[in-house]
Design a protein around this ligand. Structure first.
Ligand code: UTP
Length: 522
């Protein structure tokens, strides 16, 4: 340990206070602190802080005058695309999958503070009949998609799954996959890598100490992806496997269609090097970022960055002009990912500031960590979509929200994006898949159940359709293992013309060769 060299660097960067308890630390605490501080470039961190704070002070300036709607030629909508074209996208996407040219990349380094569980969000079970966690659902979707790709090309194929973790999530994610035998995937095809952590900084520019021998650290945002890619062997691994296209997505969307062949086929048809899947913004004030152009470059603009007047603008069809709601589903070519991950591009991505209550060493007793009541500093985060402005050819594919987007953000005490809303979204979607495949539903006395539940009845029972608190029994519910069907395909042979008592579970995991139908009980 060269403590004097470290002290000198810290003093020079005006962060000398990080060693203020040095003489009172035990040997192992000294080692821990030294190990944490010595590899850091404190001038770089100060630079991040300065730029982020400058950006924050200009954040009240609205972008309205710079905003342009998306050009029509880069956009497509699932709802008004003909069946034949959709089928072509699907086949094109499946062909790429079947040729092992597609990978998925999961952003799973977040701390999930709003959900508030002490383990990674992917390990969460939202209470489905199967009891499956988000990770298991995703793994099974990949297994199924590999089979679908193989059936198109006749080759055996792989979809490698790259999972970005952080210090908070890495070990438990690793252990979880090992414990569950990778849910039937090949261990080699699940590649974990780690994003960087950045110190949390007080409003005075000083790095916060959480313990006398430990800085307060937080992951550097999902846009930390690019720096992590540069420092890990992931891009090389993709290259050596012959990957051309990558689907990047967030861990928390229970409906996520990983490596969605239709989305991939659409982006390829547009010759895009970067693409975004979006849902239509529901109403002008909805707190969702919209994909649009700013000064000629593609960008996601947050609701807070525009005025209400702009948010309310409508086109001649009555649709919002800025309506492409970002759902963190991105398509990148490998060449594009390599380009944006190079330091000269990556450095241009700015850090966004989140003011937070950051636990810190108590002023009176340094052995105690205090959790403040109000924000005392900032976390700095990059956003994954900030690379859109490097895109030379872009594509935006709009899908139906109910079919593809239900994020898990909060605990069940909140009104939206909870385990309950996620569970309901998945059960409703699967129910619709079964209806479309020709299944019918009857109650326990054999009476047919109407396809659309009565809103009035739901309200009498104390809750609206899709809301928390409603009576689960009012709704016909179904779960389909992703190993049975990826997106509703192939169900006819199992369910057409059959009458089912809700709930229905088409069960299968990687240890079973064929599905089993469980009905009438959870
Ligand atoms: P969120 O912004 O919802 O953050 O992340 P979060 O950490 O999951 O939850 P809160 O805000 O603490 O409650 C959106 C996606 O980006 C990933 C998350 O894991 C999630 O998939 N993410 C977020 C990262 O991979 N790294 C980060 O540093 C932050």
């Amino acid at each position: 340990m060269n403590i004097e060299e470290l002290r000198g660097r810290l003093e020079e960067a005006n962060q000398g206070h990080l060693l203020q308890y040095w003489d009172q630390l035990s040997d192992s605490e000294k080692q821990q602190l030294y190990k944490e501080l010595s590899p850091r470039d404190f001038n770089e961190i100060n630079g991040f802080y300065k730029a982020a704070m400058e950006d924050l002070s200009s954040a009240s300036e609205k972008l309205d005058d710079l905003l342009e709607p998306l050009p029509k030629e880069v956009c497509g909508r699932a709802v008004n695309t003909g069946q034949e074209t959709l089928l072509q996208y699907d086949i094109d996407g499946l062909t790429e999958i079947g040729e092992s040219r597609v990978a998925v990349l999961l952003l799973a380094g977040g701390q999930g503070t709003r959900l508030g569980v002490p383990y990674p969000k992917g390990m969460y079970n939202v209470g489905l009949p199967s009891g499956k966690t988000l990770y298991q659902i995703q793994a099974e979707r990949l297994l199924k998609l590999q089979r679908l790709g193989e059936s198109v090309t006749g080759n055996s194929c792989k979809i490698p799954w790259y999972i970005m973790t952080s210090e908070h999530t890495k070990q438990s994610t690793q252990d979880f996959f090992q414990e569950h035998k990778y849910f039937g995937l090949q261990e080699d095809d699940v590649v974990l890598f780690e994003q960087n952590l950045l110190p949390c900084i007080g409003f005075d520019g000083k790095i916060i100490l959480e313990k006398p021998y430990k800085m307060a650290l937080a992951p550097d945002g999902n846009g930390g992806l690019y720096r992590a890619l540069h420092h890990s062997g992931v891009l090389k691994d993709m290259e050596s496997r012959g990957i051309k296209y990558i689907h990047v997505y967030c861990v928390d969307n229970i409906l996520v269609k990983m490596a969605d062949p239709v989305f991939i086929g659409f982006c390829i048809s547009k010759g895009a090097n970067c693409g975004a899947k979006v849902v239509e913004k529901a109403f002008p004030t909805e707190a969702v970022g919209v994909v649009c152009k700013v000064e000629g470059k593609y960008q996601v603009v947050e609701y807070s960055e525009i005025t209400l007047k702009t948010a309310e603008k409508r086109d001649s069809n009555g649709r919002l002009v800025f309506n492409a709601g970002n759902i963190c589903n991105h398509f990148f070519t490998l060449d594009f990912l390599k380009f944006v991950s190079e330091p000269s591009q990556e450095r241009q991505l700015k850090h966004h500031v989140a003011k937070k209550k950051i636990p810190h060493v108590n002023d009176k007793d340094f052995r105690v960590t205090t959790k403040p009541d109000s924000p005392n500093g900032i976390k700095m985060e990059k956003f994954v979509f900030d690379v859109f402005h490097f895109a030379t050819s872009f594509a935006v594919w709009e899908v139906i929200r109910e079919d593809e987007f239900a994020p898990l953000k909060n605990a069940d005490t909140a009104d939206k994006d909870t385990p309950t809303t996620c569970r309901r979204a998945l059960l409703n979607l699967h129910h619709r898949y079964l209806l479309a495949a020709g299944a019918e539903f009857v109650d326990k006395d054999g009476n047919n159940i109407p396809h659309i539940p009565s809103q009035k009845k739901a309200e009498e029972k104390g809750g609206g359709n899709g809301q928390k608190g409603e009576d689960e029994a009012l709704f016909v519910e179904s779960e389909i293992s992703p190993l049975v069907s990826y997106a509703g395909e192939g169900l006819n042979k199992l369910v057409e013309g059959r009458k089912f008592v809700s709930p229905v579970y088409l069960s299968q995991d990687f240890t079973m060769d064929k599905p089993e139908i469980v009905e009438g009980e959870w």
